[in-house]
Ligand binder design. Structure first.
Ligand SMILES: [Zn+2]
Length: 208
């Protein structure tokens, strides 16, 4: 097996394990959601979970290599959402991007379509921000099926210190230097958004 092929299978194994974890949490119901890992930067290549598979049952072979536009370079069938993964990686420099259809992010985006504001919560540390006096706004963009349009909206709201994006009535993207950091950020953000929706916490209303 070539080095490139074994590297891809190793990435596929990590993506399958992470997908199974998120599926068990109810965040990748049906065949929803997708995870990716950057394989190379020049040219940009990402390993992305294959489309249309049960995310709790992926194997190391259920992975597709895509380019900067999210197009398959090895003949597999990536999710259309691979285009947004590639855009997020290219803009942020992240080594891994995770996209899940957890409920709390969608409820929060519904409640605060102009952005979800969080502050003064211990779990913000797990998202890479400060627990006190650090106002964090998670951007929200409208849903759509054209990843170029979503990518433009993402880029307009991008801040290097806020590694997450909510897509209204759809789901959440979170990124990090690798799948483990992305996982920790996602798990903490999901908790934060659950807290926000359960308490209707809104720092803008609360502090004005
Ligand atoms: Zn999705």
């Amino acid at each position: 097996m070539s080095d490139a092929a074994s590297t891809l299978i190793e990435a596929g194994a990590r993506l399958a394990a992470e997908s199974a974890r998120y599926a068990s949490m109810g965040w990748m119901r049906g065949t929803s959601g997708n995870l990716s890992e950057v394989l190379s930067w020049d040219p940009l290549r990402l390993a992305v979970t294959a489309s249309g598979r049960d995310k709790g049952e992926l194997t190391e072979h259920d992975v597709v290599v895509v380019d900067v536009d999210g197009e398959a370079v090895d003949g597999g069938v990536p999710s259309a959402e691979a285009g947004l993964h590639a855009r997020v990686a290219a803009v942020s420099g992240a080594g891994a991007v995770v996209h899940v259809h957890a409920l709390a992010p969608v409820l929060a985006a519904e409640r605060w379509p102009d952005g979800v504001v969080l502050r003064d919560l211990e779990m913000l540390k797990g998202f890479g921000r400060a627990a006190h006096d650090d106002v964090v706004t998670i951007p929200v963009i409208p849903n759509g099926q054209d990843m170029a349009v979503l990518g433009e909206a993402f880029e307009r709201g991008f801040r290097a210190d806020t590694p997450a994006l909510l897509v209204a009535r759809h789901g959440v993207y979170v990124w990090g230097e690798d799948l483990l950091q992305a996982r920790h950020r996602l798990e903490c953000l999901e908790w934060l958004l659950r807290f926000a929706t359960a308490t209707s916490m809104n720092v803008v209303e609360g502090s004005s």
